[in-house]
Design a protein around this ligand. Sequence first.
Ligand SMILES: Nc1nc2c(ncn2[C@@H]2O[C@H](COP(=O)(O)OP(=O)(O)OP(=O)(O)O)[C@@H](O)[C@H]2O)c(=O)[nH]1
Length: 629
Amino acid sequence: TLMKAGRHFSCYRFSRVLLSVPQTDTRGSVDLSKFPVDRIRNFCIVAHIDHGKSTLADRLLEMTGAIAKTEKNKQVLDKLQVERERGITVKAQTASLFYHHKGQQYLLNLIDTPGHVDFSYEVSRSLSACQGVLLIVDANQGIQAQTVANFYLAFEAQLAIIPVINKIDLKNADPDRVESQIEKVLDIPKEECIRISAKLGMNVEKVLQAVVERIPPPTGSIDEPFKALVFDSNFDHYRGVVANIAVVGGRVNKGDKIVSAHLGKTYEVNELGLLRPDEHPTQKLFAGQVGYMVAGMKDVKEAQIGDTLHLQNQPVEALPGFKPAKAMVFAGMYPVDQSEYPALRSAMERLTLNDSSVTVQKDSSLALGAGWRLGFLGLLHMEVFNQRLEQEYNASVIITAPTVPYKAVLSSARLIKEHGSEEITIVNPAHFPDRSVVAEYLEPMVLGTILAPDAYTGKIMSLCLNRRAVQKNMVYIDDQRVMMKYLFPLNEIVVDFYDLLKSLSSGYASFDYENAGYQAADLIKMDILLNGQPVEELTTIIHRYFMRWLKRLIGRLLLIEYYIQVSLNKAAAIKPYRKNVLAKCYGGDITRKMKLLKKQAEGKKKMRRVGNVDVPKDAFISVLKRKEK
Ligand SMILES: Nc1nc2c(ncn2[C@@H]2O[C@H](COP(=O)(O)OP(=O)(O)OP(=O)(O)O)[C@@H](O)[C@H]2O)c(=O)[nH]1
């Protein structure tokens, strides 16, 4: 319970009292200042979603005595409620473990990473604090899209890669086949694979041994000037920013004055410690160690991911930075009821304090009142943010249809002067410039990787074709599975592509993507009119190709009897659509009619009045969802 509530205000004091341990580890046996760098290993676990990272992390923690072996400790590193519910890891967590190997004690710093594509920036930030990775592959599912993506991230960062085949206890496990895939696709010799069952703890000891034997120690020395990499940060209401740091060289003491290379600001170190995975305060941190630091920073933006810290009078060359996380999905967010605006604002502020990858801009609209335009890494990121607002802060919000950052090359000299550049980025469809002032519209593209059994190849190809994707490559990774690469417009995959891909392949296909720049596109602004009035919040940008979906799309939008009209331009306007909830009631079944009317009345509670029409709060997002045949 303490773990779960760790970041919550009310429980914090309590947990601090219980968890504070001076200088040494829980058993009081380790003097960290004498801990030689060559007996430190910093590593990550990376894997496709659900292949067992968290389960393996739990086993490693148990076997090294960091946590007790109980059912309750299942997935200790997944702390957020939404993570536990959805079974996904959103925010990376870190744990330092002590491990005995051949008569020596080692300090193993494990950094847990998220598995979903939206959070791949978290993976790369964690990787840069490591010298090696455990690449987990499910013995039944084999290599999946994120296995390949994570492998390349680790490979490019020149890390030692230990392939681990998990779930060998499963009835359908086929570790021989998975080993061959690893050899063929990732070019790692079969002999290097470790076969384990994280669930049963089978062979997990071999993983710990491999971490010690195959991953090199960090290169820094205690005698160098202090230099640390910030690889994650959280906000705590009592102490401000808690930064997770990897000490690359030298040492830092409580009370030292440190400088953030990025902002040039000076801070005093108030608190230092190890994460085991709870905070264990220490007086110092040394080269090679990974831990946390509290230094009076008030905003996570002061502890930028990838920033370098050094001592006030000892400047060092900054470590190569990370690419800042880039918002790829934008949406408006409004309170369901305007009177809830102040409460929602404070909930949003608290949530964004912990998630520096969300961009926030104030916005307002005629229909929905005051709100914000938020930028997210992807759709799951947006849904998780929304769910956390609702669960952790009890806020009820309307999210408008998500959009990707489009660009327009302007042709109007007046506008170019006004914007100070020829090219503008549009994150709100309502501000989409008219064709008459634009030389060219551009849309963001991504290179997608799909892995699936070959039986689904036909269906997948037609789905991709419908999404305006261009095939770049297709190879067999074994006699039954295919890896395909497609260039997609980001807009086409951002809303529901992944769900459709999963359902048409009975859950067997996997997908990952990387950004691939911008490409010219024939885009149009689509307005939606309710009872004849345009609703700015339902405006979206679509490709001309999308038009034919519209009639079917509109049907799905309506819950109640109203007129809805889509307007692309006058000539192409689509006839108003009308739906009667009672249309399905034959004859005089009055109870059924009453039930439907009651249901409709309940539905209305979840709606938002736009002009003279109540719009269900989900409509703002489902406007873009499509179903393939
Ligand atoms: N049979 C079996 N099931 C396992 C094993 N390891 C993990 N699982 C199960 O696989 C599912 C996913 O495991 P997780 O550890 O949550 O996977 P993950 O990779 O951390 O998932 P994300 O953090 O969401 O990416 C859970 O239901 C686990 O109980 C194993 O060795 N054998």
